[in-house]
Design a protein around this ligand. Structure first.
Ligand code: ZN
Length: 93
């Protein structure tokens, strides 16, 4: 048992997994933003199927969808950049 633990800590020294509290926070923010966008999209599908949206309401809803999509994308990009900084993900060109 002690030998196994020593081997594990040797392995950790060679292959450090560098994650931190910020990783968790950024992933939670990205996930929450994606859930909000998914919720907007679900409502949008419902309204379109119902088929009684005015053009003004359709435009308003489109702006809401675009905004929640951008929030989700921004949250995901921030999380990705953080993982790149850790050296977990390769730099994306
Ligand atoms: Zn981190």
């Amino acid at each position: 048992m002690a030998t196994s633990a020593a081997k594990n800590s040797d392995l950790m020294a060679v292959l450090p997994i560098r994650i931190c509290l910020e990783c968790d926070k950024l992933l939670t923010e990205a996930s929450d933003a994606m859930r909000r966008h998914a919720g907007d999209m679900t409502v949008g599908m419902f309204l379109i199927r119902r088929g009684d949206l005015t053009e003004e309401a359709r435009q308003d809803f489109k702006m809401r969808l675009v905004a929640s999509f951008r929030d989700a994308q921004s949250g995901w990009d921030t999380y990705r950049r953080h993982l790149v900084e850790h050296g977990i993900l390769p730099e994306v060109s």
